[in-house]
Design a protein around this ligand. Structure first.
Ligand code: FAD
Length: 293
C-alpha cells in the first residue's frame, strides 16, 4: 500500500472511515465489529479521533495501534494541542510511532472551556495547528494531515482567512486536509477553488456523515459551531417521528452529496462512522466506487 498522501493524490478516489476511541468494553466490541465489516471494503485508510482536552490520549494510542497491528488497514491517529506541553506532545507522537502509527492528523483542538470560550494555549504548549504540523514533521517520517472548514471555522472571519490558515499549515508541511462534515457541497467547492486561486496544492478530502439519527447529528453540528443547512433539516423534518424514514433520507442525502463531490473532482470521501458500519456501507454501495490503495 502507498502512503496516505500518495493515495489521496492518485487518480482514483480514497475511501476512508473515522472512528472514536470507545469508553468501555461494550463500546469497544461494537467498534471492532464495525472495523471488521468495513475492512472488507478495503478502504484507503481509517482514522481514530482524539478526545476533547486530550481526554482519550491512552485509548486513542491503544485503539489506533491495534488497528495498525491486527488488521490490514492503514491507520491514522488524530492529535490535538489542547492541555499539553510540547514535551507531552512529543511523547504522544513517540507512543504512536512505537505502536506502528505513521500517519497523524494534526489539530489544535477546541478551547478547553468549550467552543465560544477564548482559546488559550498551554503555557509550554502550541498555539495553532501549523506549529503541531512542524513539530510532528520534525520528529520523523510521519505523514501529516490537517483540518479544513468549508463552512468556516467558528473563530475565523471569512473564507479568505480559512484559506490562509490552510496554506500556513501546508507550508508547515501538511500533506492533505480533511474537512468537517459537509452538508453544503457548494461551500466545499468554494474553499477548494479559493485554495487553488492562491496557488495551494493541498488536497482536501471532504467528510460525509450519513444521518441516521437527526437529533444526534444536529447536536454534533451545534457542538462544532456548524449550523445545518435548512435544505437538509427540511428533508429530515418531512419524516417527523418516523425513524426509518429519517434514516433512509439521511442515506439518500449522504449519497447525493458524496456523488456530487466525487463528480466535482474531490479526491475521496472520508466517512464519519460513529463506530457503526451499516450507514457507511450503504452509502458506499450506492456510490459504486472502489477505494484506491
Ligand atoms: P488551527 O488550524 O490552529 O485553527 C484554529 C483557528 O485559529 C482558526 O480560526 C484559524 O483561522 C486560526 N489560526 C490558525 N493558525 C493561526 C495563526 N498562526 N495565527 C493566527 N490565527 C491562526 N478536535 C478534537 O479535539 N479531536 C479530534 O480528533 C478532532 N478531529 C477533527 C477532525 C477533522 C477532520 C476536523 C475538521 C476537526 C477535528 N477536530 C478535532 C476539531 C478541531 O480541533 C477544532 O475545530 C479546532 O477548533 C480547530 O482546529 P484546527 O486544527 O483547525 O486549528
Amino acid at each position: 500500500t502507498r502512503s496516505i498522501p500518495a493515495m489521496i493524490r492518485s487518480e482514483r478516489p480514497t475511501i476512508s472511515f473515522e472512528f472514536f476511541p470507545p469508553k468501555d468494553d461494550a463500546a469497544e466490541s461494537q467498534l471492532w465489529q464495525a472495523i471488521r465489516h468495513l475492512e472488507k471494503l478495503a478502504p484507503s485508510f481509517v482514522s481514530v479521533t482524539y478526545g476533547a482536552g486530550g481526554s482519550t490520549r491512552d485509548r486513542t494510542v491503544r485503539v489506533t495501534g491495534r488497528i495498525a497491528q491486527e488488521t490490514s488497514l492503514t491507520a491514522m491517529a488524530h492529535l490535538t494541542c489542547v492541555g499539553s506541553s510540547v514535551t507531552e506532545l512529543r511523547s504522544v507522537v513517540g507512543h504512536y510511532a512505537a505502536v506502528g502509527i505513521r500517519n497523524i492528523l494534526a489539530l489544535r483542538g477546541d478551547p478547553a472551556g468549550g467552543l465560544g470560550t477564548p482559546w488559550t494555549a498551554h503555557a509550554e504548549g502550541l498555539d495553532h495547528a501549523d506549529e503541531l504540523v512542524t513539530l510532528v514533521r520534525g520528529l520523523g517520517s510521519f505523514t501529516v494531515g490537517v483540518a479544513a472548514f468549508p463552512d468556516g471555522h467558528p473563530e475565523s472571519g471569512d473564507l479568505a482567512e480559512d484559506a490562509a490558515t490552510l496554506i500556513r499549515k501546508e507550508r508547515a508541511g501538511a500533506q492533505f486536509a480533511i474537512t468537517q462534515m459537509v452538508f453544503d457541497v457548494d461551500n466545499y467547492l468554494r474553499l477548494r477553488d479559493e485554495l487553488a486561486r492562491r496557488g495551494s496544492r493541498l488536497p482536501v478530502v471532504p467528510s460525509i456523515m450519513p444521518i441516521t439519527n437527526a437529533r444526534q447529528v444536529i447536536r454534533m453540528a451545534q457542538l462544532a459551531g456548524q449550523p445545518m443547512p435548512s435544505a437538509v433539516t427540511e428533508r429530515l423534518d418531512r419524516h417527523g417521528e418516523d425513524a426509518a424514514g429519517v434514516r433512509a433520507e439521511g442515506i439518500e442525502i449522504a449519497t447525493e452529496s458524496a456523488r456530487r463531490l466525487l463528480d466535482e473532482g474531490a479526491p475521496g470521501i472520508h466517512f464519519i462512522t460513529m463506530n457503526r458500519s451499516s450507514a457507511a456501507l450503504e452509502v458506499h454501495a450506492n456510490l459504486g466506487v472502489h477505494a484506491t490503495l
